[in-house]
Design a protein around this ligand. Sequence first.
Ligand code: C2E
Ligand code: CA
Ligand code: CA
Ligand code: CA
Length: 276
Amino acid sequence: AKSSGRGQIRYFNNAMRKKLKRQADIENDLQHGIKNQEFELYYQPIFSLNDPKVVSFEALVRWHHPSNGLVPPSEFIPVAEQTGQIMELDLHLLRLAAKQLYAWHCQGMRTRITVNVSSRHFASLDFVKYIHQLYDDYDLTAGALSLEITESGLIENLNLATKIIKGLEPLGVRLYLDDFGTGYSALGYLHQLPIHVLKIDKSFVDQLTNRSNPLVDAILSLARSLELDVVAEGIENPKQWALLKRKGCQYGQGYLVSKPLAKDDAYRFYHDYQHE
Ligand code: C2E
Ligand code: CA
Ligand code: CA
Ligand code: CA
């Protein structure tokens, strides 16, 4: 028993060392990556469940790493959150999204983009200034750029977060509460936060196959009483679509309609889908 215990410790140490090494590598590479423009946004359509119409795109980051190939966000976003590099990365990606909106606008495509940002930004009014500047720099129309956040960090400084969200309202920036229902939902704070949209987490949508899910019903009824829109994420089959639509969910997102797409594919998708 003793020797197997020691083996486990050695195994643990090796695994730990590898993990730390990987995190240190990511931390180093992130810095270069931003400078070298290694990050690309993909765009996943958010569509109306009631008619075939794309209402917006969610921007999802992809990292073209010079030696490791395509790195998914799950590998580096948590590291960037830990090191604080998420602040710089988010601002960089917000600018990319704003540029894309401008480019699409020039091509005659008026749409909206939501960008995932860390709740860390909701601790300083500088963030409001930055978003105002982006609206200015890229001549964005009201509501063109919106934000997705998870609730966790917002609650720590409710007053400041509220002030920041209010400061963005003149631009038509809407706040999407991401992964709603997972983690520690502090329902008591929900009505105090001036958010606009709830996103039902994919894990709940997954369970909607042949029967409904009381949690989804609860989220939809909560949203109705708070007058929030709802987007269901991770819709992979027509049954989920039908069920959500019947329950009064207005918007959806998922592989059934489209995976996240590179910008030119998103452009084509938008036009094909609207005219179906
Ligand atoms: P999220 O914001 O909850 O994004 C939804 C994730 O589910 C995306 O994964 C998307 O590609 C995936 N997805 C969408 N529809 C389906 C579906 O029907 N089936 C399945 N199996 N998956 C679906 P992705 O792109 O790997 O992003 C993972 C997470 O990384 C995101 O979760 C978000 O928390 C974070 N993330 C992605 N891009 C950014 C970014 O630009 N900034 C920040 N701060 N975080 C990001
Ligand atoms: Ca999201
Ligand atoms: Ca989500
Ligand atoms: Ca999620």
